[in-house]
Design a binder for this molecule. Sequence first.
Ligand SMILES: [Zn+2]
Length: 437
Amino acid sequence: MNTSLDLLSAAGAFLALGGLGAAQDGPSMALVNDMLREVSQARLTESVRALQDFETRYTFSPGNTDAGDWLYDAFRSLGLEVERHAFTWGTQSEENVVARIRGVSRPGELVLVSGHFDSTSETPGVLAPGADDDASAIAGVLEAARILKDYHFQRTVEFVCYNAEEQGRRGSIAIARDYQAAGRDIVAVVNSDMIGYWPSGWERDLDVAYEPVSEWLADHVLSVVHRYVGIPAAKHLSGMCRDDHVSFTARGIPAVSTMDCWDAHNGGSETTPHYHRTTDTLDTLNLECMTQVVQVNLAAVAELAGPIGRAFMPYCTATPNSTGEAARITARGSARISLNDLTLVAQPVPDEPFVFFLGPNQVELPFGDGLLCVGGGLTRLLPPRVASDYVATRVLDLPSLGITLRVSHNFQCWFRDPAAGGAMFNTSDGLSIAFLP
Ligand SMILES: [Zn+2]
């Protein structure tokens, strides 16, 4: 397996066909299908549960602040750039949470995937679980971030969690205004508001709300539905469904909202009966349908951003060490040499000396209590350090490592493990990284 060669051939085909117009070529669709296979209903469920467990995320409640902090930490732990976007209206000050994967060739062009993290109910200060509205979308945004972070894209992807939607789209109005004022080029916004409630008879009846300026984007989403997921779907002019996308379309920025509830606003029965009630909880959601809508959003955004190839690929295996678990190696930051912001992380490992090393080949050979996953002339990142709180980290200086772009670079962590007896040392699994300039 050589991911960097796959990457280069995908990028070559992509660029040869003229850039983003080639988003539907074979290599790109194969990449997007790889991404969609990673969407996890179990993880989406856990995210909705975590969000409703704040009891309320009502804009003026402590739970809202806590939920914002939780989202910030969740993006950070994925290794993404993340920031709080502060805004005010009247005497109120609130924050949106924004995470980012920087684009390779068109970093100034932004594709947003978004939802709102605040909630409301009849008793908003006390209890407003907001599972469908709108933990469902935020869970999808987190899942998209978790998957897309492992890939390179032409354009920058931003994962945006708006605050204060229930007070009149305050957070999205502020983002649209501030980005436009700063001259930031938003190519498209794929927003979601309520994607978890699918009553019998309306299963998978995906609705895409758009404005005239974003009809092409609605058509793109429907095309993605057709090519990747295959569920009933239709586009509708926003009408009463003035969700966060309208904050952008009002400024001429293409934006749509995917949702489960179109007929709710048109006298039908498709919406959740728990809308803005304390009973809008996880157990009322159809998580299988919700997972498919998250796949639609992810594929729409990935194609808009122009997938180039996979940046990070785990391989090989690790054996349990004296912490009781096997150590996994991951990376924070990007595989971009020019950004030079990559940190290797291995955990859990015992609080003992460790060394990360890299090499050109992937092997699986017995080594200490585990396996050697890297071969072909190893480079050790010295000096050894000592793990702390069961985590080994090392900031890489990519220019000094002699990284080249046309071979695969494989990384692994070695650590002492005297408490396990045996060979007194063990290893993590392997991580293959395909670098770009
Ligand atoms: Zn909502």
